[in-house]
Design a binder for this molecule. Structure first.
Ligand code: NAP
Length: 455
């Protein structure tokens, strides 16, 4: 390849890690062309379809991504599914380097009897549904019962609980999908139990998200004060200056525990030191069996151990919110244990201690696992791109056909590639429909609807 030609880089996935990888490449001193390939016609990954509709400020990240997309050396290839429309091997032939930023699209499993009973859902399904993700558009959630249980005490569990707890009026002016608002508006859910396997000091909510439960129009947080007694190791964790979040959370829980006889229509009960051991029901969920736990281990390394003491809680609706998990991609090694592509600082390797696969990189949740906030993905992507740029002199010694040839290949296969201008037309249509009903946007929730806008 001529020295002056830019290197061709493909990024698979247009969520935060994909955009931050593109940003790091385009800001570098090296001449590059960056093609971001996305299976949906719409970009932005979990910022569009994961961030809760009532957390509009978090979606401001999109403004940064739009700025990145306006770079002349950036292209978006939406509606292209890697693995079926084009293989990873073909991408590696067409580009000098491929960066896999496809996130963690599945969920961890509880591995208990009854997990798949109707009425038991993953948080991913519910979040995708209320956020209008096409994959979850046609799911239905039966909210005609009083008691809902959420397993897990991370920020996704907080999102699920808050969406169940909010009134129609609280949600109506957000970008929540219309089909979800319609169902939530008739919800009969009154008792929401948010259950953690460890104690209040180990809950993974960020304090800002936790505090929101005291600000709901028709739902009060509720905690049995006896559940807030800390074992010595937890007391040490809370007293540790390096753990201000843990201390703040315990303080917030203590304030919640002063609420007696919740006056509001709905109650959100935070419960600790309980693990689900069985979901019961004849043809749908009727109850959950919980085992009481005690904590074992040193401060910051405490794990939950079952005590053998069990209790049964009647419930008709349950969400498993115990963390996301990456899914394998044909042609890429996969670490089954951690649900990630095995890698060293973002260079994909076949297995531990094996050399990197030339030109194959990864960033974001599929690289490190599902942790951190949106901004965490920036430093993560920068680390990967630094590796890529240092390998690039070797990678560009091979000539490759690049994005135009890929577009021709996809066209020949009948794939309607959606570029960023196409997306902006879909975006404008969503905003127009939203304006008519007092929302920032009314999301198009089917791929066919999105493609019809740009037909
Ligand atoms: P998470 O923060 O890792 O929380 C997972 C929860 O599930 C923990 O309470 C964990 O308990 C529990 N858990 C795991 N395995 C379990 C099991 N077998 N039985 C019972 N409980 C189990 O995951 P997440 O809530 O899915 O969030 C993913 C990431 O996205 C996090 O970094 C989160 O902060 C971020 N996020 C941020 C926002 C925001 O900023 N507003 C919103 C949503 C998500 P242990 O602690 O005992 O493992």
């Amino acid at each position: 390849m001529a020295a002056a030609s830019p290197a061709s880089i493909a990024i698979v996935g247009s969520g935060p890690s994909g955009f931050y990888a593109a940003e790091a490449l385009l800001k570098s001193a090296t001449a590059v062309r960056v093609d971001v390939i996305e299976r949906l016609p719409c970009p932005f990954g979990l910022v569009r379809s994961g961030v809760a509709p009532d957390h509009a400020k978090l979606k401001n990240a999109i403004k940064v991504y739009e700025q990145i997309a306006s770079h002349p050396q950036f292209s978006f290839l939406g509606n292209v599914r890697v693995g079926s429309d084009v293989s990873v091997e073909e991408l590696r032939e067409h580009y000098h380097a491929v960066v896999l930023c496809c996130g963690a699209e599945s969920d961890r499993r509880l591995g208990i009897p009854g997990e798949e009973l109707p009425g038991s859902y993953t948080a991913t399904e519910f979040v995708g549904w209320y956020n209008g993700h096409p994959d979850y558009r046609d799911l239905s959630f039966d909210l005609s019962h009083e008691t809902a249980v959420i397993i897990g005490q991370g920020n996704v569990a907080a999102d699920v609980a808050r969406i169940l707890a909010k009134t129609e009026a609280e949600l109506a002016s957000t970008d929540i999908a219309a089909h979800a608002l319609e169902v939530l508006a008739t919800s009969r859910v009154r008792e929401i139990h948010v259950i953690g396997r460890r104690g209040p000091a180990q809950a993974k909510f960020t304090s800002k998200e936790l505090k929101e439960f005291a600000e709901l129009a028709d739902c009060a947080p509720w905690i049995d004060p006896s559940e807030l007694e800390l074992d010595p190791a937890s007391a040490a964790e809370v007293a540790d200056r390096s753990n201000p979040g843990g201390a703040r959370n315990v303080e917030i829980f203590r304030a919640f525990a002063t609420v007696r006889d919740p006056p509001k229509g709905r109650t959100c009960r935070f419960r600790f030191l309980r693990s689900p051991v069985e979901l019961r029901g004849s043809d749908r969920l009727e109850a959950i069996v919980l085992e009481r736990n005690r904590l074992e281990g040193e401060p910051f390394a405490q794990s939950a151990r079952g005590t053998g003491s069990r209790e049964t809680l009647d419930c008709d609706l349950l969400f498993r919110s115990i963390g996301y998990r990456g899914v394998p991609m044909p042609g890429v090694p996969f670490d089954e244990r951690h649900g990630v592509f095995p890698n060293v600082a973002g260079r994909v390797v076949a297995a531990a201690n094996e050399p990197p696969l030339p030109g194959l990189y990864t960033a974001g949740w599929i690289k490190r696992g599902p942790s951190g906030i949106i901004g965490t993905n920036r430093a993560d992507a920068v680390e990967t791109v630094e590796c890529l740029l240092s390998d690039l002199p070797r990678l560009v010694s091979r000539s490759c056909a690049g994005g135009d040839a890929l577009r021709a290949l996809l066209g020949g296969r009948g794939v309607r590639v959606v570029d960023f201008d196409d997306w902006l037309r879909i975006d404008a249509e969503e905003r127009r429909r939203g304006e008519a009903v007092g929302k920032p946007r009314e999301k198009l929730t089917r791929i066919a609807e999105m493609l019809a806008v740009i037909a």
